[in-house]
Design a protein. Structure first.
Length: 568
């Protein structure tokens, strides 16, 4: 007999599609009462089916169209806000488009007559429901209503603001009333910082252009423009940031650095402020540092099994230096704090000296330097020596003094962790020599050097096959023969990833173990190329190797390989 899904129960449709087994459906029927959910939602919660399986089954059973996710990237905000946000969120519905006297709405439950009747009364239009998955709906609601809220708040903030251009010779915009929450500049700064924290932003850029002020957030390592403000507000924005960071408001010709501590309803953050004069005005960059508990561990950073075993072997050694290198924002501090978390126990006294303390680790003595009062890295480290440490983390080796103290720690039975700015593992060794540390001290104290980067991971919701261009293959160092064996992937962009094609980041690592052979090359003051060749001959995986492996596993794209690594 022909199977007709319109006359079948949802469980029967799922079994017919091969999405679930009869036993799984029976188990879900028993448990759905405990969850107070429908059968499909219960199967989802139990992990037996995917959201797409459920949508396909509901489409066959109820004959409602399923929303095209690509269409969700370009909705008209004016149509979306026909439905007030509280109603949309509570009733799991979003307006997609208006066709004459009809509004097409996406719903997780298009059979809910009560919601459809309420929408008819609310909008005074007829309603055509279409199916949408719960996760997709949540991300779409967040994306559009956040944009609507932000636009509205920016408009409110600049409403009534005096847009008259300010001469270079005139005084700064007065912000003596900064405590007034209704001041436009205060409202805009509050909005910028609040939205940045919600978006897990690492850096905020407030930059003057010729006709407007552009605000960009760095999310997952890439900058995104989130809003603009009238250029007439720029001086007020900069001045307010200066007041918060206790900087000189009147000084506009020289760079200034400061610090702000913020406590919001979401979380507490430390903000490092950098203000630099440009030809169009002062640019503000704020680095946001989460003051909450450290939530990472070595197993979640992206290590391959082999690299993880190697790194763990060396961090459990009793003495010597371990250095992690890479550019700003490459995850060096995260890796070192994860290492401390791995080896922390009650028998060890662990002390850190940082500028600033980026992560809080309970059970670790953390010292924050303050050059203004004379608490430099050197002064702090000299006092640490009298604190009976077993393990010391030095935020960064910046000069010969810091390097000298770090080496003396390691040669007197301490395990030392630190970071250094260098391109790769072998150049980190020569960077120490350039600072002025004698080769025999570098060779005697160094245990391991690890270079790292963070590659963006392809969004799992819009991942699709990709055919790279001949130039991309050339730039990534991949031959046509090798390319034929690789299943290339790329994110198309969707509402889940804010149309970027990427979601989250993962580490790639280059671990150079200082073996006797490498130690001999350092003693002889050999160049970084010889050290690198010897390390690769001993089995070192390069940053390019790490990126290529993640690409072959479908975790990242060939574009990230080209962007972050160089061919060996």
């Amino acid at each position: 007999m022909t199977f007709n899904p319109q006359f079948a129960r949802l469980g029967e449709v799922l079994i017919h599609l091969g999405a679930a087994t009869e036993e799984q459906v029976k188990e879900a029927v028993i448990k759905q009462g405990n969850f107070s959910l429908k059968l499909g939602e219960t199967l989802l919660k139990m992990g037996y089916i995917t959201e797409q399986d459920l949508l396909k089954a509901l489409h066959l059973q109820l004959e409602y169209d399923v929303v095209n996710e690509n269409s969700l990237l370009d909705l008209d905000p004016q149509i979306v806000k026909l439905i007030p946000e509280p109603f949309a969120v509570q009733n799991r519905v979003i307006a997609l488009k208006k066709e004459g006297d009809n509004v097409v709405v996406a719903m997780t439950d298009p059979e809910n007559i009560i919601i459809i009747d309420s929408l008819k009364k609310l909008l005074s239009f007829s309603i055509t429901p279409v199916l949408i998955g719960e996760t997709t709906l949540t991300d779409t609601l967040e994306r559009y209503y956040k944009s609507i809220r932000t636009t509205s708040q920016v408009e409110d903030a600049v409403d009534g603001f005096d847009f008259v251009a300010v001469d270079e010779e005139e005084n700064e915009i007065s912000i003596d009333n900064k405590a007034d929450a209704d001041a436009p500049v205060v409202k805009l700064i509050n909005l910028i910082i609040t939205e940045a924290i919600k978006s897990n932003t690492t850096d905020i850029h407030i930059e003057p252009l010729s006709k407007e002020t552009r605000i960009r957030f760095r999310i997952d390592g890439a900058l995104r423009e989130v809003m603009t403000a009238p250029i007439g507000m720029h001086l007020g924005l900069v001045s307010l940031v200066k007041v918060m960071a206790k900087l000189n408001i009147a000084e506009r010709r020289l760079p200034q650095d400061g610090h702000i501590s913020l406590k919001t309803s979401i979380k507490s953050v430390d903000v490092r402020v950098s203000i630099t004069p440009t030809v169009t005005g002062e640019k503000v960059v704020m680095r946001l540092l989460d003051k909450g508990d450290f939530g990472f561990n070595l197993h979640t950073l992206g290590f391959t099994k082999r690299n993880l075993e190697t790194f763990k072997k060396w961090i459990h050694r009793p003495y010597g230096i371990i250095i992690v290198s890479g550019p700003t924002g490459s995850g060096k501090s995260t890796t070192l704090h994860a290492a401390l978390k791995e080896i922390m126990d009650v028998e060890n006294n662990i002390v850190t000296v940082e500028d600033p303390v980026e992560y809080r680790l309970d059970g670790v003595t953390q010292i924050e330097t303050n050059a203004k009062i004379g608490l430099t890295f050197g002064a702090a480290l000299r006092s640490v020596l009298r604190q009976d440490p077993d393990i010391v983390l030095i935020g960064e080796i910046r000069d010969a003094e810091t390097a000298d103290i770090a080496i003396k720690f390691s040669l007197t039975g301490h395990l030392v962790f630190s970071t250094l700015h260098a391109n790769d593992a072998s150049s980190t060794v020569t960077r120490l020599l350039d600072i002025g540390v004698p080769p025999y001290l570098v060779g005697s104290s160094l245990n391991l050097v690890m270079a790292q980067r963070l590659v963006r991971k392809i969004c799992p919701n819009c991942v699709a096959p990709y055919t790279p261009t001949a130039k991309e293959l050339h730039d990534a160092g991949i031959s046509e023969e090798e390319a034929a064996t690789i299943d290339f992937k790329l994110g198309k962009g969707c509402v889940h990833c804010d149309n970027t094609g990427y979601s989250g980041r993962s580490g790639i690592f280059e671990i150079l173990e200082v073996t006797n052979e490498i130690r001999g090359l350092i003693f002889e003051n050999k160049n970084q190329d010889l050290i690198r060749e010897a390390a690769i001959a001993n089995g070192m995986e390069t940053l390019h190797d790490g990126a290529m492996e993640k690409m072959k596993l479908g975790q990242t794209s060939i574009r990230e390989v080209i962007k972050l690594t160089v061919i060996d």
